[in-house]
Design a protein around this ligand. Sequence first.
Ligand code: BV8
Length: 225
Amino acid sequence: MRIVVLTGAGISAESGLTTFRDSGGLWEGHDPMQVATPEAYADDPGLVQRFYDARRAALSRVEPNAAHHALVRLEDALGDDLLVVTQNVDDLHERAGSRRVHHIHGRLQSAWCTRCGERHEWYGALADGPACPSCGVADLRPDIVWFGEIPYGMDLVEQALEECDLFVSIGTSGVVYPAAAFVHWARGATLELNLEPSAGATDFAESRQGPATRLVPAWVDELLA
Ligand code: BV8
């Protein structure tokens, strides 16, 4: 049984990381649509760097939840037949123990040098303009896919969706593309697990509502029974 799971901010909500849309559209006081863009970074790099520095710092204050752990149990059973594709830029899947996670929108804990192109694991702040460990130039940006930028590894994801027996979407509002289109690319059965029906709920063969910490463990138990 080959499964592709897509996760969004909703899977991290019960760990204490606010989602994009449940926080009334503002986030750390900013509208993600206004801050998560190359234009915003060009216009006011300090503001954008501080926005991401705050979110990177918040990671050390939260823990994975039962939904993240349930996906690890599923991976222990399925191995490489499970691919977790996440829109999230946090590290909760990895800290729960997931080994095969693909971040299509980048990661808070990666810094990308716009001068030499190298990427570096990064846990501290970037707003104070640290030098790139590779080229020494102070030109590191968050390694995040902003609106208008191309998500990472779309060909890998598209192939996995075309080959999978089941596509499960967890904790996403289904308004951001191309992730919101994955349900149409999926070959096999489709299931949505979300607090409330997403924008694309009717595109799924089945859609269940409830908190991820209840729905995901129950779904994994059902699958592994
Ligand atoms: C691209 C990183 C070309 C930043 C993010 C007009 C129409 C359609 C599309 C477009 C358009 N104009 C422009 C576009 C394209 C644009 C887009 O889709 N815009 C939308 C907003 C209209 N997309 C892009 O620009 C993308 N790039 O298209 O390039 C291309 C395409 C294909 C191939 C080649 C080239 C790049 C988009 C990436 C932007 N970066 N993140 C950062 O994190 O700061 S997006 C960001 O928001 C997240 O990463 C996530 O992907 C997205 C949506 O967030 P969600 O994860 O869904 O979270 P949200 O708050 O929205 O929803 C939470 C859900 O959880 C809710 O449904 C809630 O009910 C549920 N929930 C809450 N609590 C719980 C829960 N569920 C379960 N349990 C709970 N406890």
